[in-house]
Design a protein around this ligand. Structure first.
Ligand code: PLP
Length: 404
């Protein structure tokens, strides 16, 4: 179907941070399948681990115990603030599970009645991104993603991200006639919405108010989780522990897997209340276990922090060299954005020009160019990426602004 506005290149092979198209052209990959290919392309450890797993067992139902799934849950819970895990296949699905959990918390723990008028509410941020399934897109605070698919799922209210006063006002309004809010769902850093890092003071206040009202605080870590920020989890950048986190993108390093991870107090779903046929199958869990092992064996979070610092500093310097095009850089770890001037080129035009220089990048909103490379990227690749991006920026400057 015509769901994607695709670029005309056809990628057929990858190795580390490099990709080749069907014409043999080589690209430096700053996208990594949008923050997915944690260990780079075709990593030898991943190839070995998955081949071995395929020779053993590929898929069995969640009707039975799955040791790879139990090991992965043990790794996540031992290395995060969470205690229990549900596995699924994508970010949207992880958020769907979180939304169902939030509603159950609203009914069972907060005693909110279930009618459409009085049902539990979930508060989410404007410019957020939570996925494309109907409830996840309803949670998403961007009207452009709702258009044409109304009615949205009931029970979501949006407020400006990082705005403590607006959040307090909305909470007061929703709770005016008794308990009404089941959960607050937030990205620690808004990825798709423009690479906007969360403000620790705002998040601390949200945590405090959620504690006061017994509201679940859920972090969507689909993009920032699993080492991307230089910490294992995005919440560590904020110094605030959520009650639940959702994961997907980088978790499987390229195999589809998602997860809802909860603290013991939010472990509310009973047998039969939620399920996934594919969720947490042995092959997907083996991939995620391999990512987990490599993260600790190679101390990747520390590497990501160092590479992220270099990348941000180089992007800021690039922006300073071209003040008529770019304003600066922002982000955490290896999730960085080059912020373009609103009267400068559009992010999509810079991405296209970078592709001509054989550098792959992805827009985040209309005026931010996003870098989400494999976590294994080296200094020399970052320097090379900046060189190519500078050529792309100059090519954009030479062109008249495009209509798109
Ligand atoms: C990508 C993304 C999603 C959606 O994940 P899918 O696997 O595409 O369903 C949800 N939340 C955030 C923060 C994301 O970046």
């Amino acid at each position: 179907m015509n769901t994607y506005g695709r670029f005309p290149i056809e990628l057929v092979r990858g190795r580390g941070v490099w990709l080749w198209d069907s014409q043999g052209k080589r690209y430096l990959d700053g996208v990594a399948g949008i923050a997915v290919c944690t260990l780079g392309h075709s990593s030898p450890v991943m190839r070995r681990a998955l081949s071995r797993q395929l020779r053993k067992l590929q898929h069995v139902s969640n009707l039975y115990r799955i040791p790879e799934q139990e090991q992965l849950a043990a790794w996540i819970t031992a290395n995060s603030c969470t205690d229990k895990v549900f596995f699924c296949n994508s970010g949207a699905e992880a958020n769907e599970a979180a939304i169902k959990l939030a509603r159950k918390h609203g009914h069972v723990v907060r005693g909110i009645d279930g009618s459409a008028e009085r049902g539990p509410l979930i508060l989410t941020a404007q410019a957020s991104f939570h996925g494309r399934t109907l409830a996840a897109v309803s949670a998403t605070g961007q009207p452009k993603y709702h258009q044409g698919f109304e009615p949205m799922v009931h029970g979501f209210r949006h407020f400006p991200y990082n705005d403590t006063a607006a959040f307090e006002a909305l909470l007061r309004e929703c709770e005016a006639e008794g308990p009404r809010v089941a959960a607050v769902l937030l990205e620690p850093l808004q990825g798709e919405g423009g690479v906007n890092p969360g403000d620790p003071a705002f998040f601390r206040r949200v945590r405090e108010l959620c504690d006061q009202h017994n509201i679940l605080l859920i972090f969507d870590e689909v993009q920032v989780g699993v080492g991307r920020t230089g910490c294992l989890w995005g919440y560590q950048k904020l110094g605030v522990e959520p009650d639940a986190i959702t994961l997907a993108k980088g978790l499987g390093g390229g195999m589809p897997i998602g997860a809802l991870c909860v603290k013991a107090k939010a472990d509310l779903l009973q047998p039969g209340e939620h399920a996934s046929t594919f969720g947490g199958n042995p092959l997907a869990c083996r991939a995620a276990l391999t990512v987990a092992e490599e993260l600790s064996r190679r101390n990747l979070p520390a590497h990501v922090a160092a590479m992220g610092e270099l990348l941000q500093q180089q992007l800021a310097a690039l922006a300073a060299r071209h003040p008529s095009l770019a304003e600066g850089a922002r982000g955490w770890g290896l999730l960085q954005g080059l912020v373009l001037r609103s009267d400068g080129p559009a992010a999509i035009d810079v991405v296209k020009a970078a592709m001509a220089e054989r550098l792959l990048l992805v827009p985040a909103g209309t005026n931010v160019v996003r870098f989400v490379p494999p976590l294994t990227i080296k200094r020399r690749h970052i320097r090379e990426a900046i060189k190519r991006l500078e050529k792309a920026l100059l090519a954009c400057q030479a062109q008249t602004p495009s209509a798109t």
